[in-house]
Design a protein around this ligand. Structure first.
Ligand SMILES: Nc1ncnc2c1ncn2[C@@H]1O[C@H](COP(=O)(O)OP(=O)(O)OP(=O)(O)O)[C@@H](O)[C@H]1O
Length: 371
């Protein structure tokens, strides 16, 4: 079963380094998402693994077989890597029916008519498009066309499936529907999925592992909830989560216990979960997820004023001003808050991340309370 390994993969376009010394292991049957802002190197990475782009340096192995090595001059072509593709422009063949579109690849492989029929019917059922078998692509909605494209890609049973923003042409409702379809397909097919997106929500909800990239560098490679709970640096902290994490600048005011000074009046004790090293006067950034800032009338750790309240029914996003620091909190339930009102903030039920201001790196996790 395929396990993919990238060793010291670098890709340069002229002098420009698009991917820089990337090392990663994609475990068999995992769902790995390459995530990051536009231009960070996601597509280039995917294309190098697939064999569509030649790395400048490094080694790629699939199932312990070297498919690329700059040193040994090995470069196995894409069709010999046992992989399938699904891209943003999934262009179905317009003059072929849905059935034919899915069958085409199998006919090329000289499958028997009966075997093709069995396989196509299985895929039509799996993707819930059996009733459209006789239609042409122009007679289908965008979401239905996308399902056909997925069925066509899955037909030959590729061990690894590469997808580059496959849902970006769909409207919000369909994207949501296709997300759960993709997750189900991943379970049902036993294939390894490698998926490119710049949509953090898509990456969070779909993947077993997220590879977060910036400027050609891997920033963090971890399960999505680990990226969320324990971001490696301020960039990854800020990239995942909606509404965004609150990143508040401050100073280490005291080392034992650790006291953080956020403003002239807001000082908080940071109780680390494990031993961490900070020094007095060190500039830090405190990461506060909005759902860990509770708005309370009792036993507050800090005081704030309500700047705005955005109730959506299930939850309310509140903009707050704590001294001159702006914070966002999320409160669950259909509650509204009065603008201008003074409220208390409690940090009692959260675990917070502390970052070094200069390097941006995570220095540790801990709980917070009033100093
Ligand atoms: N053929 C090329 N020649 C020169 N530069 C390229 C080429 N292909 C990509 N690049 C550059 O390499 C960088 C990474 O491109 P890549 O397509 O991998 O980014 P991405 O993260 O997938 O972005 P997006 O989300 O916008 O698709 C970009 O700055 C891009 O301009």
């Amino acid at each position: 079963m395929p396990r993919i390994e990238l060793k010291h993969i670098t890709k340069k376009f002229g002098k420009f380094v698009a991917v820089d010394d990337l090392n990663m292991v994609i475990e068999d049957r995992s769902f790995v998402t390459l995530l990051g802002p536009s231009g960070c190197g996601k597509t280039t990475t995917l294309r190098m693994i697939a064999g569509l782009e030649t790395p400048t340096e490094g080694i790629i192995t699939i199932n312990d077989k070297v498919v690329f090595s700059s040193e040994d001059g090995i470069d196995v072509p894409p069709d010999k890597r046992d992989v399938g593709f699904l891209f943003q422009n999934y262009a179905l063949w317009p003059h072929m029916t849905v059935y034919k579109n899915i069958a085409f690849g199998l006919e090329n492989l000289k499958w028997s008519k009966e075997a093709i029929k069995t396989r196509v019917e299985e895929l039509l059922a799996m993707l819930k498009i059996s009733e459209f078998a006789g239609r042409y692509p122009s007679e289908l909605s965008g979401g239905q066309q996308q399902r056909v494209a997925i069925a066509r890609t899955l037909a030959t049973g590729p061990k690894v499936l590469f997808m580059d923003e496959p849902l970006s042409n769909l409207d919000a409702k369909l994207r949501m529907e296709m997300r759960s379809e993709l997750k189900r397909l991943h379970r049902e097919t036993d294939s390894t999925f490698v998926y490119v997106t710049h949509d953090q929500l898509e990456a969070m909800t779909l993947s077993s592992m997220v590879c977060l990239m910036k400027n050609g560098y891997m920033q963090q490679y971890a399960p999505p909830l680990e990226v969320y709970r324990k971001p490696a640096n301020t960039f990854t902290a800020d990239f995942v989560g909606s509404p965004n994490i609150n990143l508040v600048d401050g100073l280490v005011d005291q080392e034992k216990p650790i006291v953080l000074k956020l403003t002239n009046t807001v000082r908080l004790v940071f109780q680390p979960k494990t031993n961490i090293a900070v020094r007095q006067g060190q500039a830090i950034v405190l990461g506060l997820r909005p759902e860990h800032i509770a708005v309370t009338q009792m036993k507050a750790d800090a005081e704030a004023e309500v700047l705005s309240s955005l109730p959506s029914g299930m939850e309310t996003i509140i903009a707050l001003s704590m001294d001159d620091i702006r914070l966002h909190s999320v409160v669950f339930g259909d509650i509204d808050f009065e603008v201008g009102k003074s409220v208390g903030l409690s940090f009692g039920h959260g675990v917070f991340n502390l970052f070094d201001k200069e390097s941006g790196k995570n220095v540790g996790q801990g709980t917070l309370f009033r100093a």
